[in-house]
Design a protein around this ligand. Structure first.
Ligand code: SAM
Length: 251
């Protein structure tokens, strides 16, 4: 059978396209892309002409079937998204899962990914992080989601669109407190790349002052909560011990 290549593409700077990624795209029989017009432009910039097939969240179940048939017929398929690494807040999960289940080789061609680029330059702890994707679009859902993450000790990372960045940062300040250390990576690898950092309160002020502050794409990173005594392993062991004692008393 054919091989399914999962190919990362640039998140803003075309020079980040790796030679290997270009070679793989040039070599496959079919390219599955989120937006075929957008990806058509990338391919023509690279001097590559390929059969393009649309694969997005709404048609992924159907399209996965026809792409599996291509693999079955011995043709190689590459999956790309509009920017960055496929499957990271982008389509592809159903296709990869089904391709693997059917025994085809699935081969990653690594490259740009906004969350990794952002974390690598933010200066926040990276030994543990939790990627949340996009927060809910509605205020109530967003606040509930932040609330549920308020005692998470890992660095929190999420994606946000320009029209919601201010609202989101305001909600972070209200739900997690104005002093939480926060870093925003904006327009990473692009001309107006900017990192805003400080307390949520300070970052909000910077955003509000910057005339370009709410333009472009953002990765939001928040320092995790300080581990509190109640969460320590010892406290959990204590609870275990008490439970055992109590359970032993049950008839
Ligand atoms: N698959 C992509 C990746 O590997 O990063 C992410 C796709 S997701 C639909 C798009 C979101 O990624 C944007 O809303 C933004 O939060 C983030 N993003 C993408 N490119 C970015 C960039 N150059 N700078 C900052 N954030 C970016």
């Amino acid at each position: 059978g054919g091989t399914l290549f999962i190919v990362a593409t640039p998140i803003g700077n075309l020079d980040d396209m790796s030679p290997r990624a270009t070679r793989v795209l040039a070599g496959v029989d079919v390219v599955a892309a989120e937006d075929t017009r957008h990806s058509g432009r990338l391919l023509s910039h690279l001097g590559i002409q390929k059969r393009l097939v649309a694969l997005h969240d709404h048609n992924e179940k159907d399209r996965a079937g026809s792409l599996l048939a291509e693999l079955e017929a011995g043709r190689d398929v590459a999956l790309i998204s509009d920017a960055g690494t496929p499957l990271i807040s982008d389509p592809g999960y159903v296709l990869v899962r089904e391709a693997r289940a059917a025994g085809f080789v699935v081969c990653p061609i690594p490259g740009p990914c906004a969350l990794v680029a952002a974390l690598s330059a933010a200066g926040l702890p990276t030994d543990r992080f939790l990627f949340i994707g996009f927060l809910p679009a509605k205020r109530s859902g967003r606040r509930a989601s932040l609330e549920s993450l308020s005692s998470e000790v890992a660095t929190l990372v999420f994606y946000e669109s320009p029209h919601r960045i201010l609202e989101s940062v305001r909600d972070i300040a209200e739900v997690l407190g104005p002093d939480r250390e926060t870093v925003l990576g904006r327009e990473i690898t692009k001309t107006f790349e900017t990192f805003y950092s400080g307390s949520v309160h300070e970052v909000l002020a910077e955003l509000e002052q910057d005339p370009h502050g709410t333009r472009g794409e953002f990765v939001v990173m928040i320092r995790g909560a300080e581990p509190c005594a109640g969460d320590s392993d010892e406290a959990i062991l204590d609870v275990d011990r008490v439970l055992k004692v109590l359970l032993a008393e049950l008839p």
